[in-house]
Design a protein around this ligand. Structure first.
Ligand SMILES: NC(=O)c1ccc[n+]([C@@H]2O[C@H](COP(=O)([O-])OP(=O)(O)OC[C@H]3O[C@@H](n4cnc5c(N)ncnc54)[C@H](O)[C@@H]3O)[C@@H](O)[C@H]2O)c1
Length: 486
């Protein structure tokens, strides 16, 4: 088993695999079995240097290509990724523990969508012509930033790498990507695929490592931009480090998002959304709707129906395609979640279902439902990043909106109602970057995704991402004699 998932080497730099065994060991553990399935090494300073140098050199020529030429490479990479979806999904399932029923549809497939979308957009990126007074004019050039650094979280490794690489490369940048130390395997496959699709060596490099390697990348003078997907505490550090060099940033951080269910909602749809928005990927999703506010008239029925539907969860072997709940990423994360569940009980929330660690070699915990949760309880305030749903009762629309917004986070928010005007009024009032009406947690590539408040800065996906991976140069053209006062 070990050899199947062991990559050729730890890093991918300048078009090939590179190893440096002096770097700190990184063991990749399959969360289903607790077994070590691969051993890699964190980047040494020499590896970091080689990756940034390769990116710096390659970027100059890459930016000279037309958008059509760059787009062709990305679209070919999308096709290759789709053709290898099963193999990549198997690897991602071993990387993360997420069940095949998810990785087959949501990981490499979403990465391929990003490569295809930004591949198509690349040829359309242009500046504009701006006439001004007296016959002078200006034009703008949309230019690449240079070398971009991407840093990933462990929940969606190949998707995160692709969501950052695709717009970055489309705009003519080069990238050095550092996956999470927990899930280092699949970003290497993206690097292989890009080379096979015709990307020049050095345009997309992968270096492994813990936070220190991320820190070294973020502060390097060769770097123009940093895009992080991670927690708020890490975001604070990375944002501050990037600020020192006035680098561009995109911060995709954590959340504690609300789903507000009014009494006139289609309850079955709202229950489905709450299930997806709390238990998909065993709850390890940044935009999860972990605070489910339900109007008092339907409160009891809603809680009962969620509990009933949870009976249908199939927990177990992620490689079995019937499985719908896999393990947590690590024993540590599982224990963190168990700690939150304990706090929920201690602070007086009503445990309706689940709540227990499932003993065995893997890092399993039961999907958990709390009702009668109050706003000031720890489980209603802090990001748990595990399969724990909190249901809270409300009476009026104003109250629900105020309580939904009473958090430092602002990643996503959802409203379920059949009242059209109320739906749009509530969506407008939500303090969140991505809002849903009668839907939840859908992130197609055509739509901007990102947070407000502590949940982040910038947007991924859609045309909005282009703004975050390119800059505008103004060229003013004087058509008249230049006048001066003396
Ligand atoms: N908004 C989004 O799009 C999104 C998506 C997925 C996950 N997340 C968030 O990510 C978190 C879970 O992921 P995680 O536990 O891997 O996050 P994390 O913050 O612990 O780590 C994220 C990445 O940052 C690196 N890192 C850590 N310290 C660093 C430093 N000082 N300098 C540079 N890099 C450093 C890590 O090695 C890792 O690659 C949750 O908070 C979740 O909400 C957000």
């Amino acid at each position: 088993m070990t050899s199947t998932y062991q990559p050729e080497a730890s890093h991918f730099i300048n078009g090939r695999y590179v190893e440096d065994t002096r770097g700190e060991k990184i063991e990749v553990i399959y969360p289903h079995s607790g077994e070590v399935i691969a051993t890699l090494h964190a980047a040494t300073p020499e590896i970091v240097d080689a990756a940034l140098d390769a990116a710096k050199v390659a970027q100059v020529e890459w930016a000279k290509l037309s958008g059509t030429e760059r787009g062709r490479v990305l679209r070919k990479a999308a096709d290759l990724m789709r053709a290898r979806n099963r193999e990549l999904s198997d690897l991602e399932t071993h990387n993360t523990g997420k069940p095949m029923s998810e990785t087959l549809v949501a990981d490499a497939a979403s990465g391929a969508d990003a490569l295809e979308y930004f591949g198509g957009l690349a040829a359309t990126l242009t500046g504009e012509h701006i006439p001004v007074a007296g016959g002078d004019f200006a034009y703008t050039r949309r230019e690449a930033l240079g070398v971009c650094v991407g840093i990933g979280a462990w929940n969606y490794p190949i998707q995160i790498a692709s969501w950052k690489a695709a717009p970055s490369l489309a705009c003519g940048n080069a990238m050095v990507f550092k996956p999470s130390e927990m899930t280092p395997l699949t970003a290497l496959k993206l690097a292989e695929i890009l080379i096979e699709a015709g990307a020049p060596a050095g345009i997309f490099n992968v270096v492994q490592g813990y936070g220190a390697v991320g820190g070294a990348l973020v502060t390097d003078p060769r770097v123009a931009k940093v895009s992080l997907t991670g927690s708020v505490p890490t975001g604070r550090k990375v944002f501050a480090a990037a600020a020192d060099g006035i680098r561009h940033v995109t911060m995709e951080l954590g959340g504690k998002s609300p789903i507000v269910v009014f009494e006139d909602a289609d309850i079955e749809n709202a229950v489905s959304a709450a299930i997806n928005g709390n238990f998909y990927s065993t709850g390890q999703i940044c935009s999860n709707g972990t605070r489910v506010f339900v109007q008092e008239a339907i409160y009891d029925a809603f809680v009962a129906r969620v509990a009933q539907r949870m009976e249908g969860a199939k927990i177990g072997d992620p490689m079995d395609e019937a499985t719908t709940i896999g393990p947590m990423i690590s024993a540590r994360q599982r224990d963190t979640v168990a700690g939150y569940i304990e706090k929920g009980r201690a602070e007086g929330a009503r445990l309706v279902k689940g709540g227990k660690i499932i003993e065995g070699d893997g890092f399993y915990i039961e999907p958990t439902l709390f009702a009668d949760v109050e706003d000031n309880m720890t489980i209603a305030r802090e990001e748990i990043f595990g399969p724990v749903m909190s249901v809270l009762k409300f009476s009026t629309e104003d109250e629900a909106v105020a309580r939904a917004n009473a958090t430092d986070f602002g990643l996503a928010a959802g409203v379920f109602t059949r009242d059209l005007t109320r739906a749009h009024r509530v969506a407008a009032a939500f303090e969140a970057g991505t809002c849903y009406i009668n839907a939840y947690n859908l992130t197609p590539v055509e739509v901007p995704f990102g947070g407000v408040k502590m949940s982040g800065v910038g947007r991924e996906n859609s045309k909005a991402a282009i703004e975050h991976y390119s800059q505008i140069k103004t060229v003013y053209v004087g058509m008249n004699d230049t006048e001066a006062p003396f």
